[in-house]
Design a protein around this ligand. Structure first.
Ligand code: ADP
Length: 174
């Protein structure tokens, strides 16, 4: 039986879940990568709602509706930019996952999909990021049985491979 944490390859904008997470920037006004893809698929109403949110700090999260997306909600979180590891990047990345799951639980979401936060243009090393992500998700799920399933939706095979390895190595029964 599959556990509550799963790794899939795919496009996060296509997932019909309660909430998808957007690897945003602090302006919350859109950008490239997964952020751009989510805004394109959700339509202009998403940007209109984001304009009213006054941005978001790195490691925190804010929630909006999903508009034209199959997902009901989008949870926006600015991940840390990698500067070599001495500027609190690991704790900030952990905080992204935890903040998103706290909001998801508060809004009654049972299924949540994450992209690989910070490992694109923000250059967080994938191996480190994958271990932090799986560890943060597993810790949260252990305390929150109401969330049924959390998936990492990886755009490419290499990314998926790192998250598979992290999940296999995390030693937590989810
Ligand atoms: P960041 O600025 O946080 O590094 P990016 O958007 O540059 O965010 O990249 C984060 C990850 O999201 C990368 O692994 C990238 O390949 C992936 N990605 C890009 N588009 C999509 C998408 N439509 N669905 C899922 N993942 C995506």
């Amino acid at each position: 039986m599959a556990g509550r944490i799963q790794i899939i390859r795919g496009d996060i904008t296509k997932q019909k879940v309660d909430a998808i997470v957007n690897a945003a920037n602090c302006s919350l006004l859109g950008g490239g990568g997964v952020d751009g893809a989510i805004h394109r698929a959700a339509g202009p109403e998403l940007l209109a709602e984001c304009r009213g949110l006054n941005g978001c700090e790195t490691g925190k999260a804010k929630i909006t509706k999903g508009y034209k997306l199959p997902a009901k909600y989008v949870i926006h979180t600015p991940g840390p930019v990698w500067h070599g590891g001495s500027r609190g990047e690991a704790e900030l990345l952990r905080s992204c996952y935890r903040s998103c799951l706290e909001l998801a639980a508060e809004y009654g979401c049972k299924t949540v999909d994450f992209p690989s936060i910070s490992t694109g243009v923000y250059h967080f090393p994938l191996e480190k990021a994958s271990v932090i992500a799986i560890d943060a998700i597993a810790a949260f799920l252990a305390e929150h049985k109401e969330i049924q399933r959390v998936r990492m939706v990886c755009f490419d095979e290499r990314t998926a491979g790192f998250y598979e390895t992290a999940l296999a190595g995390c030693g937590v029964e989810t």
